[in-house]
Structures are given as structure tokens and as C-alpha cells.
Design a protein around this ligand. Structure first.
Ligand code: MIC
Ligand code: SF4
Length: 639
């Protein structure tokens, strides 16, 4: 039997393990990316490794998440990132150049390459055939130091596309459809590999919208083949040499298969507060919105914004509806400007924001109290917009523009004729000169820090026995946004773990920090899919800094689980998920940590009762947790 595309790339990069689903594999990593909010911590860790220069083919440090520069902290972070890039041989993308994933797709991603990024939406580059995965900052730092990236071998699901998108349906509706079908847990341990005759009907940016939001399925990544559309895209981006043909063998095997008929898709929306609460837009007819936001790494491409501009042309959005537009890159802005498409946006009343994540990570653009916001983004978790009681709906750019025009949702049947399909021009204007390429040698470069950039403290080893209280019990699908929120105020503290730790679980339980400080240490109990969403390792580091020694859950999201291990927090799973109901906040757990074996089952004490827990740790991962985290075990290895 032939190989599917995912297995081809894995086989070519495999340094350890075998391609049996669930077994740990180690991959050689060709490219890395970081963004500012996770990057500062990643580079502090990289510096601690004592490596002189990155050992990847390409590493890029983007600044796109927090560019507000309110006070010294944020600009100091930017300066630190610029100087570390020059010092250690990375390309630096200055604030305002664009959103990391959009920029990476346009300028650096290549078919067949492995890419890990300290951001969960790194799979965007899967749109042109990279095996691109989100990871914690420390994993990215290790990859930059030339170490393999370890992950469980995923199952590969073939998503067979037939037909072509019609009417107002857009690429966003393909991924919303999948989310509605499979839920936010549906992709755990899986790669979604797109195939079938429908693939050829989608441009690379459309494919990237789909692979981007595959992150919301909990998937390891998503990938499209590299074909004639990829060749067209790379030529338009001025890098035809980046192209290589890459497809699954005709007789390739897959662990599962699903089919989507593009002909039958209609505009969809994810309702508050989860990306899988998907309904047809027509069902929301009449729902008034106070805000519409177009942008984010999911839908900020030239074609998305051009579609919005054409829909809004010569019309005016009602003054009660705030319309925010954040283009994905300066290249997108230049392309729109060249075609006279900035004007229709401005004239319609849109507020043109910087080319950054902006409102998607709560960096301004929060909705009014109790407001309804239609956004082209990928996450609508409660409070993520910065307004706790706002209700966020996730839609395509086409739907967003139509909703903005009317100030409310309506039936797409009443929207008239959609604009003609938008294709990329043969040659897009380059913004290459905006990137700062590193000098031949970085040895003479001084890394500049600021007072808010605080080195990581060393964590002690895992004790033989953990005796600690359950200081917080949470339900299913708790996100890393719940564990450690983003937003302008808190994100400014990403390089300062003691300071940011003050906000751990602040959105769920204002008393948690005081409780754990009082107790000295504690345990967190979670439901299904604990830690889904953002890759921010701060959601593991912050709790660990405060004294969380173990997390006991029904199931855990891949990146967060890895982050817990990387920082020495013991991830445990319930053998019988019904036991979840037996545990209450405030109870004491006694865990004989020294008796834990890789993948084994252990009875732990629950007050005067007992409960069975298991772990899915490999021997190597267990050693890391025992050592108090990966930095400790790397230090120990280096003697
Ligand atoms: C997100 O979309 O949640 C973020 C902000 O991009 C995060 C990264 C971070 O928290 O810095 C992600 O997706 O990993
Ligand atoms: Fe930025 Fe939003 Fe994309 Fe995260 S999801 S990288 S915050 S645009």
C-alpha cells in the first residue's frame, strides 16, 4: 500500500519511533516560527540552552500579537525579540508587518517541510503542503537548538472533497461544517489530510483558512497536497522555486475517511461560546449585531478582504455597527490599495486596524456590554473578546460583510448575487524588504532586555509523594484562555512569570490564586479536553509557579499536556470518567508519585477513599516530570 501525504513527510523526517498511531515519534524540524506573546519565553529558554545559532533551515520571530506598546513592557519585548533574532540567526518580522501565519504562508512556508510554531494556528501553512504543528515555546526552543520534536504518531483521516463552493458559501464554511460534525474534540490525535476532486477548486489561501481552523478540532494538524494551485500561489508570491509537487500515493491507506460535498455547503456560523456550536446563518435571521470584525489568521487574506470590499462598495454600514478590519499582512494592504479597494472599506465606515491579531486576542476592539459580535476569527470562547458578557459568532468574510451592511444577521438567500470568485493576481507586490535578515555571525550582537523580562526560576523535582488539596474543579472543554487569559493587560506580562501568575484562572475563579498561595501547593481537576485552544505555555508555567503539582482530568488537549510535562506538572487521567463526580473541590489527594510507571494505573487516596488514575506518559516524559521539567532534565543531561 502506498503512503499518504502526511506519512510521506513524517517518514522523511523521522528520527525515532515507528509510524504506529499513538506511539511516540521524533521528527527533525526544518522550520520554526514564534510570535511575540509566546516568543519571549521561548527565546529566554533557548538562551538558557547555550546554543550559538539556530540549527534549523529557517526560524522566524514574528511580532503580531501585542503591538500596543502601552508603557515600556511591550516595546521592551519587541526590542528583546529583534536583538535575539539577530544574535541567534533568525529572521525578524517587525510589529505591524502582518500576522505570523499569514506572513509565513506568503513568504516562507514550503511544501514537504516540517514546521513547528509556538502558536496553535501554525497548521495554516498546511494549506500549501507543509507539515505544520503548534507547540509550546520550549518545544520550539529545542527544535531551534536542533533537537527533534516528539509527538504521538497521529492517525491520518482522509477528508475527500467533491464538488465546488457555490453561492455565498466560502472556505470558512468548510471548516465550520467539519467542526459542527466532529466537535472541538473530534480531531484529537489526528491529522486531517484533504484530497479528492474538490481540492483543485480551492486556492491556497482558502485551503489555509481550513487548515488554520483545524486547530479548533483539536487536530495535530491539517494538510493539503501541493499541486498546480500551490504552484500558482508560490509564483504570485515571487517564490516559484519554493514549489514542489507533493501528493498522496494513489493507493495510500488512511485510518479513517470522511467526505464533504462542497456543492451542498451554505453559509454557517459558530454560536457562542464554542467553535463547534455551528448553525446555518439563515437560522440567525434577525439577530442584531453591535460589532463586526474582519481579520485574524483565519480570514485576513487578499481574497477575504477583497470580497468584503466588493460587498461593501458604495454602501454604508449602520452607525450603530462598529466594523473593524485587520488585514493579514502589509502585502494584503498593498494589493487592496493597488486595486482601489481600500476606499470602499473606508467609505463604508470600516475602521482599518494594524496588520496584527488585534481584536482576536482581545487587544482592543472589545464589543459593548452584552453585545453581539460577528467575527471572521477562529475562537469565540467566553470573555476572549475582552467583554465577559459579549456573544461572539464566527463566520466567513462574505457573511461578515453582509451582516455589517444590515447591522444584523439575515438569510443569505436575500443577499443577492455574490461577487465573482476572486483569484490572486499573477504577481503580488513583495514586502520582503520589511523582514530583518540576520547577520552572518551574531556573536557581536548585544541582546537588549528590559526590567519586565524575568528569567525563569528553576523548579524543584517532583516529590516522592504528593499530598495536596483539589484547589479547583472545572468542567469540560476548559481552554487555556480560561487558565491564563490574554488581552492587553495580561499579555504585556508574558515575559514575567511571577507577575502573570497573578491572573491564573482569574476568569473562572477569582479566589484561586489566594487559595493556592495559602496552601503552598495544589491539584486541579478537569473534565474532557482540558487545556484546549491556545498553545501558550504560560497556562502550564503560571499554575506551576503557584504550586500546581498535578492535573487530573478526563482527557487533555495535546499541546497543553506537553506543556504541563515540559514544566514538571504531573498530567493524570481518570480510569473511570464517572469518578469525576466523586471528587470535590477542597478534598485532599494523596499521590504516591514514585510508584507511577509509564502508561500505568495507580490508586490514589481521596480523603479516606481511593480512586484509580492512569497516565499516558512515555518513560521519557515521566523522567521529565520527575526532574521538575524539561529544562532541568536538559541541564542534567548536559551535566
Ligand atoms: C490564540 O489564538 O489563542 C493565540 C493567542 O494566538 C495563542 C498563542 C498565545 O496565547 O500567545 C495560540 O493560539 O496558541
Ligand atoms: Fe493571532 Fe487570533 Fe490567529 Fe491567535 S488566532 S494567531 S490571536 S489572529
Amino acid at each position: 500500500m502506498g503512503l499518504n501525504l502526511t506519512r510521506k513527510i513524517i517518514a522523511e523526517h523521522l528520527v525515532s519511533g515507528s509510524m504506529t498511531p499513538g506511539q511516540e515519534i521524533g521528527l527533525r524540524i526544518d522550520q520554526t516560527l514564534t510570535q511575540d506573546a509566546t516568543g519571549t519565553m521561548a527565546y529566554l529558554q533557548f538562551e538558557a540552552m547555550g546554543v550559538e545559532r539556530v540549527r534549523t533551515e529557517l526560524s522566524v520571530s514574528y511580532v503580531d500579537h501585542n503591538t500596543l506598546q502601552m508603557g515600556f513592557r511591550n516595546p521592551d519585548d519587541h526590542r528583546y525579540l529583534r536583538t535575539t533574532a539577530a544574535r541567534y540567526g533568525l529572521v525578524f518580522s517587525p510589529p505591524g508587518t502582518g500576522i505570523c501565519h499569514q506572513l509565513h504562508l506568503e513568504n516562507f512556508a514550503r511544501p514537504g517541510k516540517t514546521l513547528i510554531g509556538s502558536d496553535s494556528h501554525t497548521p495554516t501553512s498546511g494549506g500549501l503542503g507543509s507539515l505544520a504543528m503548534g507547540a509550546g515555546g520550549l518545544s520550539v526552543a529545542l527544535a531551534m537548538a536542533g533537537e527533534p520534536y516528539f509527538l504521538p504518531m497521529p492517525e491520518v483521516v482522509r477528508v475527500r472533497l467533491t464538488g465546488r463552493l457555490k453561492g455565498w458559501a466560502a472556505a470558512k464554511d468548510v471548516i465550520l461544517h467539519l467542526l459542527g460534525r466532529l466537535t472541538v474534540k473530534g480531531g484529537v490525535g489526528k491529522v486531517f489530510e484533504f484530497a479528492g476532486p474538490g481540492v483543485d477548486t480551492l486556492s491556497v489561501p482558502e485551503r489555509a483558512t481550513i487548515t488554520n481552523m483545524g486547530a479548533e478540532l483539536g487536530a495535530t494538524t491539517s494538510i493539503f497536497p501541493s499541486d498546480r494551485r500551490t504552484r500558482e500561489f508560490l509564483a504570485a508570491m515571487g517564490r516559484p522555486d519554493g514549489f514542489s509537487l507533493l501528493e498522496a500515493d494513489p493507493d495510500a491507506g488512511y485510518e479513517a475517511e470522511i467526505e464533504i460535498d462542497l456543492d451542498r455547503l451554505t453559509p454557517l456560523a459558530a454560536q457562542p461560546h464554542m467553535p463547534d456550536r455551528v448553525v446555518p446563518v439563515a437560522e440567525l435571521d434577525g439577530l442584531e449585531v453591535s460589532q463586526v470584525a474582519i481579520g485574524s489568521c483565519t480570514n485576513s487574506s487578499y481574497a477575504d478582504l477583497k470580497a468584503a470590499a466588493l460587498i461593501l462598495k458604495d454602501r454604508r454600514v449602520p452607525p450603530e455597527t462598529d466594523l473593524l478590519v485587520s488585514p493579514g499582512s502589509k502585502q494584503v494592504v498593498k494589493m487592496l490599495a493597488a486595486e482601489g479597494l481600500v476606499e470602499p472599506l473606508l467609505d463604508a465606515g470600516a475602521r482599518l486596524l494594524e496588520c496584527t491579531c488585534g481584536p482576536c486576542i482581545g487587544m482592543g476592539g472589545s464589543p459593548v456590554s452584552g453585545g453581539v459580535s460577528a467575527r471572521t476569527f477562529n475562537r469565540n470562547f467566553e470573555g476572549r473578546s475582552g467583554t465577559q458578557d459579549a456573544r461572539v459568532y464566527l463566520v466567513s468574510a462574505q457573511t461578515a460583510a453582509n451582516v455589517a451592511l444590515r447591522g444584523r444577521f439575515s438569510d443569505p438567500a436575500s443577499w443577492g448575487e455574490p461577487p465573482a470568485r476572486i483569484e490572486l493576481p499573477e504577481k503580488a507586490p513583495s514586502i520582503r524588504r520589511l523582514f530583518v535578515f540576520p547577520p552572518e555571525s551574531g556573536l557581536g550582537v548585544e541582546v537588549l532586555r528590559g526590567p519586565n523580562i524575568v528569567a525563569l526560576k528553576e523548579f524543584p523535582r517532583l516529590p516522592e509523594t504528593i499530598r495536596a488539596k483539589v484547589l479547583l474543579k472545572v468542567g469540560d472543554d476548559v481552554t487555556t484562555d480560561h487558565i491564563l487569559p490574554a488581552g492587553a493587560q495580561i499579555t504585556a506580562l508574558r515575559s514575567n512569570i511571577p507577575a502573570i501568575s497573578e491572573y491564573v484562572f482569574s476568569r473562572l475563579d477569582q479566589g484561586f490564586v489566594a487559595r493556592i498561595k495559602d496552601a503552598g501547593q495544589g491539584i486541579v481537576v478537569g473534565g474532557e479536553n482540558y487545556g484546549q485552544g491556545s498553545s501558550r505555555e504560560h497556562a502550564a508555567l503560571g499554575p506551576r509557579h503557584l504550586g500546581v503539582r498535578a492535573v487530573l482530568a478526563k482527557s487533555m488537549a495535546r499541546i497543553h499536556r506537553a506543556n504541563l510535562i515540559n514544566f514538571g506538572v504531573l498530567p493524570l487521567l481518570l480510569v473511570d470518567k464517572n469518578d469525576y463526580d466523586r471528587i470535590s473541590q477542597g478534598q485532599e489527594l494523596g499521590i504516591a508519585a514514585s510508584e507511577i510507571t509509564p502508561g500505568g494505573v495507580l490508586e490514589i487516596g481521596l480523603d479516606r477513599d481511593r480512586i484509580a488514575v492512569r497516565n499516558d506518559l512515555t518513560a521519557k516524559e515521566l523522567d521529565i516530570v520527575r526532574a521538575g521539567g524539561l529544562l532541568n532534565s536538559v541541564r542534567a543531561r548536559q551535566g
